[in-house]
Design a protein. Structure first.
Length: 532
């Protein structure tokens, strides 16, 4: 049942800008051009991230066609696989209840559930990292089984290679840092003898290095941009304009682990191990997982560039340790109160949400979204009631509460389709096609780049003025870009047929010039015109 709810409606919502449009379009261009080596976005080279998930999504397009569901398929698959692995890991290292509760908490926590159904790279890299450190823990927890240690360590190294191919060096920095800090604190020297370092490094390089070598060989500007700009400068400066305070991830964690906030905090703040270990105690999986959680949290908190999804890799690990806590003492009253508070907030939001209408979202859209919020609140109330009664049958009631939370968050996601006019370009593409203009040039004269529009039109569009994350690609091929409004005007006047997407200010400017155009679509913040 959980799997059905998780996968059933991946295609219901249109792709939102910016991330979903971007990560759907790059694989589409791989399929369209046949170039699976160098990622492109709207025809420009795009080196911000490695290619693994692009390949997987492109393969999905080839097999199942290009649509919302196939675009989101791999984050959903990797997310659910990660949750299942948490279940197996808990059973293998701790006990069956710990694994089951860890699975329930993972799939029903807010951040994990949303990012498992939202097209970014974060879920894929998180799944690889969690599988990597989990396989490492299984290997180290049973060192007398030499063949088992070797096999699990090879899986760990292969998983880290997948993480590197998905999002770069972070795939080895976080797990590697956790291993180093843990081994020094635990004084576990035997750990290094059972890591199969030589074979593991060879496997990691064999899997990850070929693409980095090939793309660097084909694009001389890749290495400096990817390793310096996208790693060093992203971490040490605000060049990406994503700054945040040192406490940025505290509310992110509180909201992200909800409704299992109390159990999650207990797992982190009261881990249950001796803070002063003796020498040669052997492997302590709880301490290792705790080190990974804290190190990852501190690492990203110290970074100059911050995004909410950065701490996603710790969420399944927190869920695992919270599951272990619940297996020993199934006190769920704190989580029940958390669910009750969230349910109450949902009901209040359902009442007042139309007041948040503005230039980017209409009153009508928010009124429609209200009818998704109210049933979500009812699911949350049901889950809270179940947790309050968990004492007699904890397994069943925790499962019911988790399933109710999963359903509630799915309803909130599904209902966001009512907001798609302000967050997606799918309707723009539909209008362009309905006016038989799908084959004419399409221009974006906008302060923002409508990143889902090329995906829905099945072709790249012409950008005017916008640079954003395409700056490197534009500098490499400036002829593909219109730098000024004057260049657009010259191009527009020379076209016999064309379409342009404006923001309100741009439209008012060009309308005052009296250039030939007629409005074919209007939504908050977007005006689409045609010349025909």
């Amino acid at each position: 049942m959980v799997a059905i709810v998780w996968f059933a409606l991946l295609g219901h919502r249109d792709l939102f800008e910016e991330d979903e449009g971007r990560y759907a379009e790059i694989p589409r261009e791989m399929v369209a051009t046949g170039d699976w080596l160098t990622p492109h976005l709207d025809g420009f080279k795009y080196f911000e991230k490695p290619a693994f998930q692009y390949w997987m999504t492109a393969a999905g397009y080839e097999l199942f066609g290009e649509n919302n569901a196939t675009a989101r398929l791999w984050p959903a698959v990797f997310g659910f696989s990660c949750a299942l692995f948490v279940w197996y890991l808990g059973r293998r290292i701790f006990n069956s209840d710990a694994g089951f509760y860890g699975f329930i908490i993972t799939v029903s926590s807010l951040m994990f559930e949303i990012l498992g159904h939202f097209l970014t790279l974060d879920m894929t890299v998180s799944a690889f990292i969690v599988i990597g450190i989990g396989a490492f823990a299984i290997a180290q927890n049973n060192r007398q089984d030499h063949a088992g240690v070797r096999n699990w360590m090879m899986l760990a190294w292969a998983s880290l290679a997948g993480a590197v191919l998905t999002k770069g060096l972070i795939g080895i920095v976080l797990p590697g840092g956790a291993v180093v800090v843990y081994s020094l604190w635990q004084r576990d020297r035997a750990l290094w003898k059972h890591m199969h370092m030589g074979k593991g490094m060879l496997l990691l390089l064999a899997l990850a290095a070929p693409w980095f070598w090939a793309v660097s060989n084909a694009n001389h500007d890749f290495a400096s941009y990817f390793f310096i700009h996208e790693h060093l400068e992203r971490y040490t400066s605000t060049v990406h304009k994503r700054a945040g305070s040192i406490l940025y991830f505290v509310p992110v964690f509180i909201i992200g682990i909800s409704p299992w906030l109390v159990s999650g905090l207990k797992a982190v703040l009261q881990p249950g191990f001796d803070w002063k270990p003796g020498r040669d105690e052997g492997f302590n999986p709880v301490r290792f997982f705790w080190v990974f959680i804290v190190l990852t949290f501190v690492f990203f908190s110290a970074a100059q560039s911050k995004l909410t999804a950065y701490i996603l890799p710790i969420m399944p690990v927190v869920a695992l340790l919270a599951g272990l806590k619940l297996s020993k003492c199934s006190d769920t009253r704190g989580d029940a109160w958390t669910l009750l508070v969230i349910a109450g907030l949902c009901l209040i939001a359902g009442i007042i949400i139309p007041r948040f209408a503005g230039e980017s979202v209409s009153v009508e859209s928010l009124q429609q979204y209200r009818w998704w919020i109210v049933p979500a609140a009812l699911f949350l109330f049901t889950g809270a009631t179940s947790l309050f009664r968990a004492g007699s049958k904890p397994g069943r009631n925790i499962a019911i509460a988790g399933f109710c939370a999963l359903c509630a968050f799915q309803l909130l996601l599904l209902g966001s389709q009512d907001l798609q006019q302000s967050r997606s370009s799918a309707d723009i593409a539909r209008v362009i096609k309905a006016n038989n203009l799908a084959d004419v040039p399409v221009y974006s004269v906008n302060r923002d780049y409508p990143q889902s529009l090329p995906f829905y039109l099945n072709k790249t569009i012409q950008l005017t003025g916008y640079r954003g994350e395409l700056s490197m690609g534009i500098d490499a091929e400036p002829d593909k870009w219109l730098a000024t409004a004057e260049q657009f005007l010259q191009r527009w006047q020379a076209e016999s047929q064309a379409v342009a997407v404006f923001d309100e200010n741009s439209y008012q400017h060009f309308s005052s010039l009296g250039i030939p155009m007629r409005i074919i679509y209007r939504a908050p913040g977007k005006i689409v015109v045609a010349k025909s």
